[in-house]
Design a protein around this ligand. Structure first.
Ligand SMILES: Cc1cc2nc3c(=O)[nH]c(=O)nc-3n(C[C@H](O)[C@H](O)[C@H](O)COP(=O)(O)O)c2cc1C
Length: 410
């Protein structure tokens, strides 16, 4: 992509494949992920906004996830041929048109009707992976039908009943899911202080406080809240017996989640799932080595966006030890705190194959649905392109640690 920002300040359309950033309306004033967050905050009932935005306990990890990227300095090469920049990367045996994808996130139906289908469709259009959460609002089947050509991955929270795990994996395989992502950092529920204060619970409870939160956002009630499936969990609806309802599916999910998942369970899943398998939530060399020994294909260096164990090391700080322990045998992805294209480039320079983006996509859904997701994906792509041009490289495989300095801005 060439630099298409005219000095007049008027914005031209920035195309990436078929994706483009919005040129009119509220989105045309969205310059970064923080702008989307501000719009989402205005639109959403407080308890929903805080469910997405918040983190564990004192939110130390939540905040450091973002600021840890700021400590890393770039070492640009100004004298460089930068025409013909491309973001294409290849990992797990397939090409992606950019070095980022969309995180698994449950509960997106609270932000926008059909949220997972929209996110998957836009990821397909962009040529990047989309990971559907087991607790997603839409089902694997709905997403497969809507985005048959996407790099569709499926995230599993391990359930107590091995039969349920097997059934979910069979459904994923039947729908052409490419890779399985098993999350390991959520064995028990974290203490999310904002959720406690707001009375947020799943299924949703109606208290004077929560009713007030909804009542002051009639636009959200009309566009999102009144939809039957906004609170659902599509993947579990077929599991809850006759007359399934969203509330039954959520209760079932909560009751059936395994509270203790060890390497034995990981091995069972590795044996069942024939395609690429990744473990999400690895932040130490020790666990990366176990993952290699188990024969998994990759890990997602993740602290769940600071939503779980508060005080967990930031992922950009953990990345080098995980990459080293992987000894080239693990595909290493990273999430938690990615807000800018420059964050993605820093992670790739330190050895990640690609990054995953969470909250910015969630807030884009809340801000403007489909147009919002299109905008945020194009925006991050555009930001990466500018960093490429200014840092002085054309292909992602040229990046290495010589492009960055750790603790340059302590
Ligand atoms: C609203 C929300 C729901 C999430 N649900 C899940 C989930 O169901 N499974 C999972 O593995 N991770 C889940 N995550 C964590 C994300 O996959 C990812 O690790 C995190 O959002 C990355 O951090 P970021 O939001 O700072 O980009 C969720 C995150 C959010 C914000």
């Amino acid at each position: 992509m060439t630099d298409t920002w005219p000095s007049t300040g008027a914005r031209t359309e920035l195309r990436w494949g078929d994706l483009r950033m919005a040129t009119s309306g509220e989105l045309s004033r969205v310059w970064d992920a923080e702008d989307l967050r501000r719009i989402a905050r205005r639109r959403l009932p407080r308890l929903i906004f805080d469910y997405v935005d918040g983190g564990g306990e004192k939110e130390i990890t939540l905040n450091h996830n973002v600021t840890a990227f700021d400590r890393i300095g770039f070492r640009p090469r100004g004298v460089a041929a930068i025409d013909g920049r491309t973001q294409t990367v290849s990992f797990l045996g397939r090409a992606s048109s950019a070095p980022f994808g969309i995180c698994p996130m449950g509960g997106l139906g609270y932000l926008c009707p059909n949220a997972d289908v929209i996110a998957a469709r836009l990821a397909a259009k962009a040529g990047i992976p989309h990971i559907l959460a087991s607790g997603a609002s839409n089902s694997i089947e709905q997403v497969a039908a809507a985005a048959p050509d996407a790099r569709r991955w499926f995230q599993l929270y391990v359930f107590r009943d091995p039969g349920l795990n097997r059934r979910l994996l069979e459904r994923a395989a039947a729908c052409g899911v490419e890779a399985l992502v098993v999350t390991t950092d959520t064995q028990i529920n974290a203490k999310r202080t904002r959720d406690f204060r707001n009375g947020f619970a799943l299924p949703m409870r109606f208290t004077p406080r929560t009713i007030y939160d909804f009542a002051v956002k009639p636009g959200w009630v009309w566009k999102v809240g009144r939809h039957h499936n906004s609170a659902g969990m599509g993947n579990l609806m077929p599991e809850v017996g006759p007359n399934p309802t969203p509330a039954k599916a959520v209760t079932y999910f909560k009751n059936e989640r395994s509270r203790s998942v060890g390497w034995e369970e990981m091995k069972l899943l590795r044996d069942i799932w024939k395609g690429p398998m990744l473990i999400k939530g690895i932040v130490t060399a020790e666990e990366a080595e176990r993952a290699v020994a188990l024969g998994v294909d990759g890990v997602v260096v993740s602290n769940h966006g600071g939503r779980n164990l508060d005080g967990t090391v930031t992922t950009i700080d953990a990345l080098p030890e995980v990459v080293a322990a992987g000894r080239g045998k693990l595909t290493v992805l990273l999430d938690s705190g990615i807000r800018k294209g420059s964050d993605v480039v820093k992670a790739l320079a330190l050895g990640a194959s690609a990054c995953l983006v969470g909250r910015p996509v969630a807030f884009a859904l809340a801000a403007a649905g489909e147009a919002g997701v299109e905008h945020v994906l194009a925006m991050i792509h555009d930001e990466i392109d500018r960093v490429q041009g200014l840092l002085g490289f054309t292909r992602m495989d040229q990046l290495d640690s010589s492009f960055v300095r750790l603790n340059a801005h302590p």
